[in-house]
Design a protein around this ligand. Sequence first.
Ligand code: DAH
Length: 359
Amino acid sequence: MTHDAASVRALLGEILAALASASESDETRSLRERLERFVAHSDDALTSAVLLEASAAPLGAMRVFPKEARGLVGAKANAIKQAALAALAEEEQAALARALAAERSHAGFDATLPPPRQACGSLHPITQVTRELEDLFTSMGWTILDGPEVETEHFNFDALNISPDHPARDTMDTFWVRTAPGDTRLVMRTHTSPVQVRAMRRLQPPFRAIVPGKVFRNEALDASHEHTFHQMEGLVVGQHVSVGHLIAAMKTLLRGIFGREIEIRLRPGYFPFVEPGFELDARCPFCTEGCSVCKRSTWIELLPCGMVHPNVLKAGGIDPEQWTGFAFGLGLSRLVMLRFGIDDVRHLLAGDVRFLEQF
Ligand code: DAH
């Protein structure tokens, strides 16, 4: 501290002496008593804050001093004030230095406490499951393919053996893209199957590919119908590819998804682009006796599949006498719902952070 108690007391004494020559009034008495209290303070109590107050009192009551004493009183009070301000600044510096030293010494630092949490997002459940399946299939040597979401009528329907008057065109509730008359007719693809033919035209058989992606249908929306959802197409073309290969691939897929062996069954199913076509059911992974997920049947409808129709191979430029293949159409959105127990498909693309934060 730059002020010492004795010199400040001496200054206060001189102010008091100047006050003694003034005539006693209530005001001079109260000032005198206050100044005497400061003088009588024990050394320790003469803090900078107390001194600042002691200097303010005579400055504020200057007119009670005789005229000839005012210069002296002002100078003394200001000297006390300067000493107090300097001491305050010094104390502030010292406090800062102490805080810094404490921080640098790491005293009180607990390395076992978790660090402050970083705000970070998470992958969408559809992305999570897509990546898992991509890992699974690429580990078995399959390729991942992509195709356009705005597709030609040809690839979406014709090349898939869906004839112009075929009911499948209606049942698929297609969003048609407005084009000029005479131009190639375009649709928002209603399924990922058109990429089968695109793949055949690009790749030399034998090949194996999956096609995860978005598809679109003009449907009445409810808990299980959305205008935009995700599928994952699978296609294998090779020599002597049979239903046996299809079953083995589907069992591997289920093992990958659920982490254990899951019983499957095939029922006949009809799709123009496969022959024979099947509906593949999986034993309910959540129960043994029947539950709400499997609607008490212990089986869940997992995916449609089948042996690629010769007309589709031809549309892809592949000789059906030489090559055969199988295909499947996994409902990715539905699988994600099964996996995470999501009860309404509309949650998936609603973009509500309260929903997405849970994954
Ligand atoms: N593309 C069909 C749909 O969206 C699903 C499908 C059925 C795909 C059978 C296939 C398949 O590859 O073999 O309804």
